[in-house]
Design a protein around this ligand. Structure first.
Ligand code: PGA
Length: 252
């Protein structure tokens, strides 16, 4: 099954509305029409609407970086799936390692969020990945399997076929240390194998698995050439429209 590549720019806690608008306007100009890959930007909540106004008529799509699992309620500081859809979001990142590390999001919480998102039209982008200590202790595969098991749990095959997975080794995020194409392909292959065993070979072959962690214009092509790498979740290099557009072009 051929999987259309997806390149997502995770802006994290960067950019005011004006800065976000400028970036996405530049991006639109640099990319032009008729994109051969899915291009997604993930601004902070405060800039979602401003970005949506700019990209409304374009092929660039919108994602949020987090969401709550309840429809509404007394949850100070949180946003719901309906609020994200209302802002024009099509995707939502879940379980990013920064959420796990700095905001103590557990696999149980991520599992609830995935379940909720799958009842809506939003597509969850589930992030998994090991720390440096875990890799050095040769526990990377075990950790990733554990995350998949706990975060996806007992989803049906139909539900699972709607998710996107992002492999993001923590030691590669924001460090300039990219996983080699071989390491990344190896883990992507393992993830697809796990999905095949859990759901079905057909479901596994349709799920897009993105790589994230210091993706830059000069390493994108080599990573994207790997059989089981179907796109990228780009942090730092997505903040600049030129470098993000180059990554998109290298991935097409
Ligand atoms: P990075 O971040 O590209 O800056 O390493 C990736 C991510 O955290 O999604």
């Amino acid at each position: 099954m051929s999987r259309r590549p997806l390149i997502a720019g995770n802006w994290k806690m960067f950019k005011t509305r004006g800065e976000a608008r400028d970036t996405v306007e530049q991006l639109q100009q640099l990319l032009g029409p008729s994109l051969s890959v899915d291009v997604v930007v993930c601004p902070p909540f405060s800039a979602l609407s401003a970005v949506e106004e700019v990209i409304r008529e374009s092929e660039i799509q919108l994602a949020a970086q987090n969401v709550h699992w309840e429809d509404e309620g007394a949850f100070t500081g949180e946003v719901s799936t309906a609020m994200l859809s209302d802002c024009g979001c099509r995707y939502v990142i879940l379980g990013h390692s920064e959420r796990r590390q700095f905001f103590h999001e557990s696999d149980a919480v991520i599992h609830r969020k995935i379940g909720k998102v799958l009842t809506t039209e939003l597509t969850p982008v589930l992030c998994v990945g090991e720390s440096l200590e875990e890799r050095e202790a040769e526990r990377a595969n075990e950790v990733i399997h554990g995350q998949l098991e706990a975060d996806l749990g007992e989803l049906t095959a139909t539900e699972a076929s709607r998710i996107i997975v992002a492999y993001e080794p923590i030691w590669a995020i924001g460090t300039g240390k990219t996983a080699t194409p071989e390491i990344a392909q190896n883990v992507h292959g393992l993830i697809r194998h796990w999905l095949g065993g859990r759901y079905s070979a057909q479901v596994a072959s349709g799920i897009r698995i993105l790589y994230g962690g210091s993706v830059k214009p000069d390493n994108a092509r080599e990573l994207m050439a790997q059989e089981d790498i179907d796109g990228a979740l780009v942090g730092g290099a997505s903040l600049d429209a030129h470098s993000f557009a180059t990554i998109v072009k290298e991935s097409g």
